[in-house]
Design a protein around this ligand. Structure first.
Ligand code: ZN
Ligand code: ZN
Length: 573
């Protein structure tokens, strides 16, 4: 049997989780977790590394792990993994991954109640058997049930960055294939830029709904049509994702689009406003005494309800109706406001592409300045940069800047670092090294599961370091895969406000960290943001858009976002 890199990564993830359940040394199991993450991201098959004898060269893969990879790839089995499986059954690993249940709790549930799989866990929670354990109360039971619901939902959810390009492609293919179409757009939580999305909701306007539905069903993307009604079709796409199309009458387009975009809370507010005006608001249009009032645009609907147009990302029920009525809706940041990317990698650490290649790609995107923030050197990141390599990289950056100047191009390439907040609370680079850099992003990558006080203290230390400009992907969450660190966010945000440190909205679409709710909170406290791509290759640069959407969802305007400003205003010299 041939293993994919992802399957091998899963084996190491299972090892790490099993060791954590068994209470083993943190450094040991984190080495496996880190190896899993590295393997997940490798551009080529592990078999190629094996054949070339270069497994040891992979960053984060030492001789012990490379021997295990070799054993697994050559024998099809890994003895170490099998021995752990005896102590920690696979079902217990599943339980560890239920949100709200940690490794310690999973082990107790297994040892003391014999709960060895998800079904047994659900049964015990429903029947109040968990509250009998010392120190675990009824609270844990309700957390478990909530966690199970989220867990069950997870396989049917997809990342914004997967769904948005797909929805755009569907809309344009559909528009080209259906001449009777007057409008088409994606709606739902996708249009509100939620970080994860269930299915794709499309809305179209046409006087010929049947013709449009048939054209849609015939698109090459559609694997099967699951239900067809007068104005609606539900279909499964070839990639397994689901899509629903609703066809509105052209004179009701604005109402249908708004209806299908609104969160339940936002929709409830619209219904209330309509009722106050003696109007009936429905999916199919806005009515007064059974007469359809034309709403050919969303603007027309919002006007009819006495509101200015509310941007889709704000239609969550977080106070946007009151703000709209008071005329205090923010002027949201836009992609075109972005002047720079301030968190990016090159082949100097774990990215691909040279400094010059990334600079050209940044220039092509119209950026005025661009910060290269390769990883700092520490134990787990063998290709990170230390003081000496930073100096070499600076020479390369200077050369690119000189070349740009010769070509008469007004563009500034800057040197930063994504410096690690180490488990002991220090940073991976000394202050005198940090002082030589233009922009310092401090991030958590390792020991994310430290207990709250310790992991919070690491972030507070970074915030209080005068050389740290920005905190990268604050919580360290990986959407649909792992929760972020257990930070005391009150303390972190207070310190960010006090020290003037920027918080990043990381546009990597499996991160989107900080999320929209934290963006909203940051803005309320006057904390400045940076929206970055965290690109590791030139093709990642457009991911910055997901950061912009997340910031918009959190009510950010361009004055809240430092990389909408000229460089000289961020760092006056
Ligand atoms: Zn990072
Ligand atoms: Zn990064």
């Amino acid at each position: 049997m041939q293993f994919s890199n992802q399957q091998v990564a899963q084996v190491f993830r299972d090892i790490a989780d099993s060791m954590e359940v068994l209470g083993e040394n943190r450094f040991k199991f984190q080495a496996y977790a880190r190896a899993a993450e590295t393997i997940d991201e490798l551009p080529t098959s592990l078999y190629d590394y094996l054949a070339a004898g270069t497994l040891d060269d992979i960053a984060g893969v030492g001789p012990a792990i490379s021997a295990k990879i070799t054993e697994l790839l050559t024998t099809g089995e890994l003895d170490f993994r099998e021995r752990l499986r005896v102590q920690v059954p696979d079902g217990v690993l599943q339980i560890v991954r239920v949100p709200g249940v940690g490794p310690k709790t999973a082990l107790r549930l297994y040892r003391e109640l014999g709960i060895a799989d998800i079904a047994a866990l659900e049964d015990a929670a429903r029947n109040g058997r968990i509250r009998g354990l010392k120190g675990l109360g009824a609270k844990l039971e309700s957390r478990v049930l909530q966690g199970l619901a989220a867990h069950a939902e997870a396989p049917n959810r997809f990342l914004l960055g997967e769904m948005l390009p797909l929805a755009r492609e569907l809309v344009s293919a559909f528009a080209a294939a259906a001449p009777a179409l007057s409008e088409a757009a994606y709606a739902g939580s996708l249009r509100r830029a939620a970080p994860t999305i269930g299915n794709i909701n499309l809305v179209a306007a046409s006087a010929e709904p049947q013709q449009v539905l048939n054209a849609f069903a015939a698109l090459p993307h559609i694997a099967s049509v699951q239900a067809m009604a007068e104005r609606q079709v539900e279909a499964r796409l070839h990639n397994g994702k689901h899509c629903t199309l609703h066809v509105a009458a052209p004179e009701a387009w604005g109402t249908s689009l708004a209806w299908l975009t609104a969160s339940p809370a936002h929709r409830a507010s619209l219904l209330e406003l309509a009722a106050e005006r003696g109007l009936a608001l429905q999916n199919t249009g806005l009515y007064r005494d059974d007469t359809l009032l034309p709403t050919p645009s969303e603007d027309a609907l919002y006007t009819a309800l006495g509101l200015p147009m509310i941007p889709p990302e704000l239609r969550e029920g977080w106070g946007e109706i009151a703000a709209a009525q008071a005329g205090t809706l923010p002027q949201l940041v836009e992609l075109r406001d972005i002047r720079a990317d301030m968190h990016t990698h090159t082949a100097w650490s774990d990215g691909r592409g040279s400094v010059a290649e990334l600079a050209e790609a940044a220039l092509a995107r119209g950026y005025e300045y661009y910060v290269i923030t390769d990883h700092s050197f520490y134990m787990g990141m063998v290709n990170g940069l230390d003081a000496a390599r930073l100096k070499q990289q600076r020479a390369e950056i200077d050369a690119v800047n000189a070349d740009m100047a010769r070509r008469g191009i007004n563009f500034k390439l800057l040197q930063g670092s994504e410096v690690d907040m180490l488990p002991d609370g220090s940073l991976a680079l000394a202050d005198d090294v940090l002082a030589t850099l233009d922009w310092v992003v401090a991030s958590l990558h390792v020991s994310l599961r430290q207990e709250r006080t310790a992991v919070t203290q690491r972030v507070l230390n970074a915030l209080h370091n005068p050389h740290v400009d920005c905190i990268g992907h604050l919580t360290g969450r990986r959407l649909l895969r792992r929760q972020g660190a257990d930070l005391d966010l009150d303390a972190v945000f207070a310190a960010a406000a006090e020290t003037g440190t920027v918080l990043e909205v990381d546009g990597g679409y499996d991160r989107l960290d900080i999320d929209a709710e934290l963006v909203h909170r940051a803005i309320g406290m006057g904390i400045r943001l940076a929206i970055d791509s965290d690109a590791h290759r030139t093709v990642d640069l457009p991911n910055i858009e997901y950061g912009v959407l997340t910031a918009r969802r959190g009510w950010a305007s361009k004055r809240d976002v430092v990389n909408c400003w000229p460089w000289d205003e961020i760092k006056p010299r």
